[in-house]
Design a binder for this molecule. Structure first.
Ligand SMILES: NC(=O)C1=CN([C@@H]2O[C@H](COP(=O)(O)OP(=O)(O)OC[C@H]3O[C@@H](n4cnc5c(N)ncnc54)[C@H](O)[C@@H]3O)[C@@H](O)[C@H]2O)C=CC1
Ligand SMILES: O=C(O)C(=O)COP(=O)(O)O
Length: 524
């Protein structure tokens, strides 16, 4: 049973996939109300209110996934989540239309003083000359950030007869041509626009993107809009520019601090405001809730997610195809870390015969997570595997080769440790599953699963018999046994599998056995 905490106001109708799942227990309360229950939570669903900090993640030792029912993830410490091996997902397109429409409603309201006129009339005033507005038709609209929301705003602006200027470093000239908008540098946009609206995420680069210096370059009487994140337009600079009448007015849905009760911008008549309502429609809330509920259920049930911030996207179809290799590499990593048992400097993996559309980097992450699984206290998975390796100074290499060693595919791993190199090769074989086919140059063939005993010994008569006798004397049944050698009479290896783990006593007796140079009990 998985416990899922819904910490913000997420539309219950959208949570159907979780409510209907037999293995999910849903809790609807804030993080502070949850208190001690946080320890047992597997998944956390939030909007923008809950701050998912390092401290909160530390208080949730079982957490596997954080889902943001919306777009902006600036309330989530993604770095910390990654460090903790917690996958972060969002609902990137569920509220696009609602936010674009809200921005447009704000722009029309700003141009025609609708909120101010509404309040005035409610006070029983009839001031038709005080609320002279301006048309949107024929005006220049500057859109900063031409992603999903910016793109929808551009379409609506064209329908209103506006000329659209776009600044977005990732927006191509080709796309600008298709959409009949002008892609320009930020400075040109600031100089040309009558209305400027921002639609970027809040990042160190976009914080204060519109500031005292570039507001001065705008046309006198410009209107500014922020329905993205508080702080993209510097609030002090905006306040000053309105006092100086350089900016005619601004529409804000978001603020550096929410709720913005102490914010001096609220005192200005030229400012129109809404309480972070961009995504607040029935449609958007149903969309985002359904999207994240499905993602959380998928992930908890061991399936891939589509909208992860810290994991590559992979479709279920590809995941099903990749899964056998995935199990193989995880076990190769796990097996080799148990066999090397010393400070590791480098893990280098080579793929041969793996279909081109399989994400080899995801396989490498799975391999590395298998390798570190037993060395690190906290959970290691594909989300944080490379970070864990980096923190331990282990270099990761990945190559593709043609050599499949006569099989349909081959995955080889070289572990460079202090004073030692360890090599392992495996393959996924149809009908047989994942197999290990070579260990340090010894040809072998076994399934990497369960309780294994690795024995390195001299290739001479009697060794196998002596091992069998010790195990028999201790009433241990051998499930499978494989031997491999490079040359007759030289060094050889044995891999035995058992239905249950071996006791310390058996291991010690075998270790002291004649002609056995190295022995290791492995649990996969
Ligand atoms: N008010 C509200 O309720 C809502 C607010 N939002 C906010 O709107 C933002 C945008 O949402 P989407 O369009 O869905 O995201 P998106 O990811 O589709 O688009 C963001 C765009 O910003 C551009 N960008 C990034 N850094 C930039 C920079 N330094 N200068 C110029 N452009 C830059 C990117 O290239 C991208 O095209 C979200 O990050 C979120 O913070 C989103 C939904 C609702
Ligand atoms: O999706 C976003 O980025 C939003 O800002 C919407 O926030 P909310 O879910 O309404 O708290």
């Amino acid at each position: 049973m998985f416990r899922v905490l819904v910490a913000d106001a997420i539309k219950p109708e959208g949570l159907g996939p979780l409510l209907d799942a037999p293995n999910i227990e849903l809790l609807q309360k804030t993080v502070s109300e949850a208190g001690d229950e946080l320890k047992s939570i597997d998944a956390l669903l939030v909007r923008s209110e809950t701050k998912v900090t390092d401290e909160l993640l530390n208080a949730m030792p079982n957490i596997k996934i954080v889902a943001r029912a919306g777009v902006g993830i600036d309330n989530i410490d993604v770095h910390s989540a990654t460090k903790h091996g917690v996958v972060v997902v969002n609902a990137p397109d569920g509220n696009t239309i609602s936010t674009a429409e809200h921005t447009f409603a704000m722009m029309a309201s700003l141009a025609r003083n609708i909120p101010q006129a509404h309040s005035s009339l409610k006070q029983k005033e009839w001031k038709r000359t005080q609320f002279i507005g301006t048309e949107l038709y024929g005006k220049n609209l500057g859109i900063i950030g031409m992603g999903r929301i910016g793109g929808e705003i551009a379409k609506r602006a064209k329908a209103f007869g506006m000329d659209v200027y776009v600044y977005d470093p990732f927006f191509s000239a080709e796309r600008a041509k298709q959409l009949n908008v002008k892609a320009v540098p930020l400075e040109e946009l600031m100089k040309s626009a009558d209305f400027i609206t921002v639609h970027t995420p809040l990042t160190p680069e976009t914080k204060g993107l519109i500031n005292e210096t570039n507001i001065k370059k705008c046309k006198k009487g410009v209107y500014l809009l922020n329905c993205a994140r508080g702080g993209i337009i510097d609030e002090d600079a905006l306040y000053q520019a309105i006092l100086e009448k350089h900016v005619a007015g601004a529409a804000l849905d978001v603020f550096t601090e929410e709720p913005p009760f102490g914010n001096k911008l609220l005192e200005l008549d030229e400012i129109i405001i809404t309480p972070h309502l961009g995504a607040s429609t029935k449609e958007a809330q149903l969309n985002v809730a359904t999207q994240v509920a499905q993602e959380v259920l998928q992930y908890l049930n061991g399936n891939p997610v589509s909208n992860s911030i810290n994991l590559p996207a992979i479709s279920k179809e590809v995941f099903n195809k990749i899964q056998p290799y995935y199990l193989l590499v995880k076990q190769m990593g796990n097996l080799s870390s148990q066999l090397t048992k010393r400070a590791v400097l480098e893990l280098s993996v080579t793929y041969a015969g793996i279909p081109d559309d399989f994400d080899k980097n995801l396989l490498t992450k799975a391999l590395v997570s298998g390798f570190f699984k037993r060395m690190v206290d906290s959970p290691v998975n594909e989300v944080n595997a490379l970070l864990v390796a980096k923190e331990r100074g282990v270099t990761i290499g990945e190559k593709v080769s043609e050599n499949t060693y006569g099989y349909a595919n081959a995955i080889s791993l070289t572990v460079k440790a202090e004073n030692r190199i360890f090599e392992i090769r495996g393959a996924y074989i149809d009908q047989y599953g994942p197999r290990i086919l070579s260990l340090n140059g010894f040809n072998i063939d076994f399934q990497p699963e369960g309780n294994l005993l690795y024995i390195q010994h001299t290739d001479k008569p009697g060794v196998i018999g002596r091992v069998g006798k010790v195990l028999g004397d201790h009433d241990v049944n051998i499930a499978t046994m494989q031997v491999g050698r490079k040359e007759a009479g030289g060094e050889a290896i044995m891999i035995l599998t058992f239905d249950k783990p071996l006791t310390e006593g058996i291991i010690t007796t075998l270790e002291s056995s004649e002609d056995i140079s190295f022995l290791h009990h492995i649990i996969l």
